[in-house]
Design a binder for this molecule. Structure first.
Ligand code: C5P
Length: 227
């Protein structure tokens, strides 16, 4: 049984508007995706890494692979129009078998800890499908300019990655989603809808996704102060 990481990196990072997609920006001399790949390279439970990306970034990714010695990065493949298409393309090219595990993790979440990754993999082995998520802490407002309602925060989580699934279960969900023309914002949504139960594993606040310029600045500050 293998555990294969899929790190989708085919996004264009519209919300940061930096020339290159955010995952390829250099912070303290190192590309954001290289921080992310290091976590997976170092974890003994991860066997292989597959990265879907836009074709124009293949050379850069191969340079990154060589420069940092990412020996587990076995495949760089062409991503799709949306994140779901990129992950589906990577899945089809992964060479995985039904009982292998697929750990999907955003390229733009570089602060994933080894502890959380290891815990998530062990939980996946127990439950087949898991999503890391943070329990809502703030009061949750529904509204559009004005407040219209409040949600019960005890029932709300913010989904993160990694999200880890048995290959066969994730593949079934992806195939059914394609047939039904359904686009989800992450893999847990597809599995929950089409093929199985997804267990929630408590994530970490530090494992945030770099989405906006302030997120990027926060990451820069964390990296600068830690090293
Ligand atoms: O855009 P967003 O931040 O939600 O993207 C999450 C992850 O999915 C990023 O790592 C991004 O590169 C990836 N992605 C992808 N293919 C797309 C769109 C996003 O691999 N078409």
């Amino acid at each position: 049984m293998k555990t294969i990481a899929i790190i989708p990196a085919a996004g264009i990072g519209k919300r940061i508007d930096s020339g290159v997609p955010k995952q390829f920006l250099k912070i303290n001399g190192k590309e954001i995706i290289a921080y992310t790949l290091s976590v997976f390279q170092k974890n003994k439970l991860i066997d292989e890494i597959v990265v879907p990306a836009q074709r124009e970034y293949f050379d850069l990714l191969n340079d990154i692979k060589r420069k940092y010695g990412f020996t587990k990065l076995v495949k760089i493949i062409e991503g799709g129009e949306e994140r779901q298409d990129s992950v589906f393309a990577a899945l089809k090219n992964s060479g995985a078998e039904n009982t292998d595990f697929i750990a999907v993790h955003d390229a733009a979440r570089p602060l994933l800890s080894q502890e959380l990754l290891t815990k998530a993999i062990f939980e996946a082995r127990k439950h087949n499908c898991i999503v890391t998520a943070i329990k809502a802490r703030d009061t949750l407002i529904v509204g559009n300019d004005n407040v219209t309602d409040y949600l019960d925060r005890n029932k709300i989580y913010y989904a993160q990655t990694p999200q880890i699934f048995q290959y066969g279960i994730l593949m079934e969900a992806m195939i059914k989603a394609e047939a039904g023309n359904f686009k989800g914002t992450d893999e847990s949504m597809l599995v929950n809808k089409y093929s199985g139960k997804v267990k929630i594993v408590e994530g970490e606040t530090i494992n945030f996704k770099i989405t906006t310029k302030p997120d990027l600045e926060l990451f820069r500050q964390i990296i600068s102060s830690s090293g």
